[in-house]
Every structure is written in structure tokens, then in C-alpha cells.
Ligand binder design. Structure first.
Ligand code: 1HE
Length: 260
């Protein structure tokens, strides 16, 4: 099913990078129901060649969050299912087939921040600002924000953002952990793409472990975490690709770690 508000391009010499672009700039890439479902469908059906994805937005803003024009009278049950629809879509972003890098600029607000926080890496340019205006709209986060955002910045900062309408600029956003990278204006996409190319060269099993095992281990009590880590480490190192990569280093054929 096509949706003119989102575009998928498969790039790279080996079709290894998926670029997902929100193309609704007139509405600041606000996410209506169809767009949320389209995001889920894209991650459900990425070509097998894809090893990493970049998500970006057309126009001056990454994403203005939930399309407020669709916020009609819902009873409790309908509201529950609407939120669960967002959860299902963003779950496919976080726990989908490949690491996802969000290239951020302009407004990253409400559901836009929930989408960004489901990604594995956030690259923000200087124009980026972050807010959770749900508080002032009389609603609550419903796209997984209360689970994911405190993991990035802590409960206290998220509470402040929602209670007071506090807006973080790009510099402070990177400082508190909303983004891992801060780049000059208009450079978020190129940096995100460069990172995607780097990630695409990793052993797929290592990327899988980072996406699927690491966040679960981090939630486990230490004793269970150590055990899960050992299982994942054993599986990863038994892969032929791991053995080949280690041998390449021992033979002097692989890059050393360089001081930054
Ligand atoms: C929208 C939306 C939207 C813009 N839903 N239509 N999100 C918010 O509360 C953020 C609301 N948006 C804004 O604060 C501003 O639009 C921005 C700071 C993002 C951008 O400002 P600006 O001056 O560039 O654009 P604008 O003039 O405000 O908006 C341009 C058009 O986009 C305008 O429509 P038009 O027909 O009058 O041209 C706006 O109505 C429209 N627009 N944002 C619908 N969000 C899973 S639960 C998640 C809960 C939430 O995300 S709540 C937070 C919602």
C-alpha cells in the first residue's frame, strides 16, 4: 500500500541502506494513523539486503508528533488501541531487522521524539529542538515515550519537560542524552548515512545482539544479565564470520582501533 507521506529508498552499492523519509512537510511531518501503519509496514518488509536504516524528515522539521487533527473523541478502549498501534509500529523500529539511525533537525516533539527514541542512534543538527507538549495539550505520551525517553534522559527530566513544557535546544539535547551526535546545520542526514554505512559493515549477528540482546540484558537483574550475555557472546563468536574477522586482525589484514 503506498502512502505519499513517506518514502523508502534503498541505497548503497549492495542495496544495504534503507532511507526512510517522512514527506509531509506542509504538516511538519505530523504522524497520522496511516503514516504510523506505513512505518510499521516498511520495517516489516525491508528487503533482505538491507543492513541499516536512516529515518529523516523533509522540510524544516523532523516531526511534529501526533497529527492533532485526528485526535477525535475516543472512548477508553479506542484510546488504548490507538496507543497500542503506535507501540506496534515503534516496536518494529526498535526491535526490527536492522539498526536505525534518526537524522534530526527542527522540531522533534511529542510523538516525533517517541519515534526518534525508538531508533538506535540519534544524530541532531544545530536546528534541532525537543519538547513533549502533551502536557499542555491535556494528553499523555502514547507512543512508548514513557518507557523509552526516561532511559535516555531519566524520569526527572522527562517529568520536567511534560510538566513545564520545557524545550531543549540541540546543544542541551545532546548534553542530556537525547542525541548521541550533534552536527552543524543541514549535516544530520549525511552523518547519519555515514554511520549507517559503517554499521552495515558489522557482522549481522553483532548488530542483532546490540539491538535485541543488549536492551533486554540491561533490564535484567545482574545475575540473569551475566548469563544472557554469556549465551549471546557464545552464539556470536561461534559464527564463521566472527572467526574470519578475528583471524583477519591476527593476520594484520583488519583495521586497528584508531585514537580519535
Ligand atoms: C500539525 C501539527 C500536528 C503542525 N498535528 N497538524 N504535537 C504538538 O503539539 C506540536 C504542534 N506543532 C507545533 O508546535 C508547530 O507546528 C511546530 C513547532 C512543529 C512547527 O511550527 P511552524 O511555525 O513551522 O508550523 P505551523 O504553522 O505551526 O504548522 C504548519 C501546519 O502544520 C499547520 O497547518 P495549516 O493547515 O494551518 O498550514 C499546522 O496546523 C500543522 N501542524 N503540527 C497536526 N502535530 C502517540 S501520542 C503522541 C502525542 C503527541 O505527539 S502530542 C504533541 C503533538
Amino acid at each position: 500500500m503506498t502512502n505519499q507521506d513517506i518514502q523508502l529508498d534503498i541505497c548503497g552499492d549492495h542495496s544495504e541502506i534503507a532511507v526512510i523519509r517522512l514527506t509531509r512537510p506542509a504538516k511538519r511531518n505530523a504522524l497520522n494513523d496511516a503514516l504510523v501503519i506505513a512505518i510499521r509496514n516498511i520495517f516489516d518488509t525491508l528487503p533482505a539486503s538491507v543492513r541499516a536504516a536512516v529515518i529523516t524528515g523533509d522540510g524544516d522539521h523532523f516531526c511534529a508528533g501526533l497529527d492533532l487533527s485526528e485526535l477525535k473523541e475516543r472512548d477508553a478502549g479506542q484510546g488504548l488501541h490507538h496507543s497500542r498501534m503506535w507501540h506496534a509500529a515503534l516496536e518494529r523500529v526498535q526491535y526490527g531487522p536492522v539498526p536505525v539511525i534518526a537524522a534530526l533537525h527542527g522540531a522533534v516533539v511529542g510523538g516525533g521524539l517517541e519515534l526518534a527514541s525508538a531508533c538506535h542512534i540519534r544524530v541532531a543538527d544545530e536546528s534541532t529542538f525537543y519538547a513533549l507538549p502533551e502536557g499542555s495539550r491535556g494528553i499523555f505520551v502514547g507512543g512508548g515515550g514513557s518507557v523509552r525517553i526516561p532511559k535516555l534522559i531519566g524520569v526527572a527530566r522527562m517529568t520536567d519537560m511534560m510538566l513545564t513544557g520545557r524545550v531543549y535546544n540541540a546543544v542541551d539535547g545532546e548534553r542530556i542524552g537525547l542525541a548521541q551526535y550533534l552536527v552543524p546545520a543541514d549535516e544530520a542526514f549525511s552523518k547519519a548515512f555515514e554511520l549507517a554505512q559503517r554499521i552495515a559493515q558489522n557482522a549481522p549477528l553483532t548488530n542483532y545482539a546490540l539491538m535485541h540482546a543488549l536492551p533486554r540484558i540491561a533490564e535484567q537483574p545482574a545475575d540473569q544479565g551475566f548469563f544472557t550475555e554469556a549465551m549471546m557472546a557464545a552464539i556470536a563468536q561461534s559464527a564463521p564470520e566472527a572467526k574470519e574477522r578475528v583471524q583477519a586482525f591476527l593476520d594484520g589484514r583488519a583495521a586497528k582501533v584508531q585514537k580519535s
